[in-house]
Write a protein that binds this ligand. Sequence first.
Ligand code: 4NP
Length: 152
Amino acid sequence: MKILMVCLGNICRSPLAEGILSDMVKKQNLDWKIDSAGTGSWHIGDPPHNGSITVAAQNGIDITQQRARQFSKRDFDDFDLILAMDSQNFRDIVALASDERDIEKVELILNYSHPKMNMAVPDPYFTGGFGDVFDLLEDACQHVLNKHKEQE
Ligand code: 4NP
């Protein structure tokens, strides 16, 4: 599986999602590729937000080596699954799709843990609450792992 996590800035939510799922995949010795990107360009090249780095470290996960990049059309070819943090991310990703096959790759990440609820991962850049975001993403990533491991 090749999975891309996407948020707006690629410094708060999607780097955490990448770090959490990468850690789970590594512990299970799975040969999966996990990455993240932002729909926006403001933070290209930046490391994750300190709040994300800190909460990841508190949970034994090092995300300090990550650098922000912008989502691009090429990502539809490079990934099997593209997981959006909120519905605006979802719409911005789908707007770059070339065909139905691209669109089918895009899902809201919290629909894995809360099916059909279309819930958003709250953006801690504006509201704080990195701990709650970590917990939501950890739960969702566990569901992502379980579902796609079964399908392999
Ligand atoms: P993220 O949070 O999408 O979870 O990385 C944000 C980071 C930066 C900005 C917005 C959201 N920004 O406007 O710069």
